[in-house]
Design a protein. Sequence first.
Length: 447
Amino acid sequence: MLAEYARDHDLIDKWEGPRMKIRAAAKNSKTLLRMIRQAKLKSFRTTPVYKNGHKVPRNHQQAMDLDRINNNTKWADAEKLEKNQLFEYETFDDRGHRSSNRAPDGYKKINLHFVYDVKHDGRFKARVVAGGHLTETPVESIYSGVVSLRGIRIVTFIAELNNLKVWQTDIGNAYLEAYTNEKVYVIAGPEFGELEGHIFVIRKALYGLKTSSVRWHERFSGVLRDMKFVPSHAEPDIWMRDMGDHYEYIATYVDDLTIASRNPQAIIDVLEGKPNNFKLKGTGEIDVLLGCNYFRDDNGRLCYSPKNYLKKMGDQYKLLFGVKPKHYASPLEENDHPELDESDFLDEDETRIYQSLIGCTQWVIQLGRFDIAVHVGTLSSFRAKPRRGHLDRIKRVIGYLSKMDRGAVCIRTYMPDISDAEINRYDWSKTVYAGSEEEIPHDIPTP
């Protein structure tokens, strides 16, 4: 921070103290920038991190130290649970201790590390992640497809229209259900106890490997095809199955499934039964999906609204500004012109806050709050160089959302009354379109 301040205010020559090399570095701006980045990175790696009231360790040694300080075994238990799951899924092929064994030919050595987290309900979580950054980037696509929010809306509408139940479920440890094609191995560290120093050849699509996502996608696609589901032509991550007088649907978002069926439990039974044996969790009627709450109103209509997400936005707002959002009855003032604002430009930190708030509100729009689309779209054009007046405006938008947090989209399946509408009829016989016929795909699903 001192170096950046001295650089920005031409005070490098007045720098005093033991770190006189700053002066020498200042003669080469690239050297000074590199030193600043190195200092920031060191600070990031060593600064304590807190989550939901608990200090979160950055590595195994810190986790064990925290257990000793807190006189408990919460982090050790979290690590043990994760390791037990890895061995249950036969993630590794143990080739023995490296002192008497060698890694297989053609395999690249990488590393493993634990990533720690504290959930909002107080659960301590530890996840083993592979150092996939040490491997070559594959030429093939490495991503798992995901259903779009538009696709979810269409599936839920079709479900309501055909009296289908809409369920959701999550496949636990999904990546470990698939095998990896990458030839990599690790040397077990102290976190593996008596197995420290053993050569582990990675067999499963471990988190962190570059191709794990696509391996899981291939694995689950095969399961759905065996169940006679086929991907939709419009969106390949919406799978459909002909049931005679209706279709069943499964929309996949990596390991999150949205199921539309008259008997969703039958689909769950197949996924949990042999030979699939998936460990499902959170199974039941759709409740929260991708930050959006689903519920039925007093008339029994299925509705969705980002209520939970708006609450988190309000909490984040209070952390940023120290107060709750002020309530407003409209997103922006009447006849407001943000493009005419001439207030001071925001500094670097405030600009990042502005950009973060714009991103949050854009996601709220995707979740169904279309009433702020024009306002956020206008303010987002100032992301590169926002002014203080623009920050005040996006704060007002969040204040409006905080006040109007009950806004929701309700699914109505009855035909609207358009009897009063005037429908124009056109005579195309004397145009270039005379005699044209619609081209129907030969493999279109039966409506």
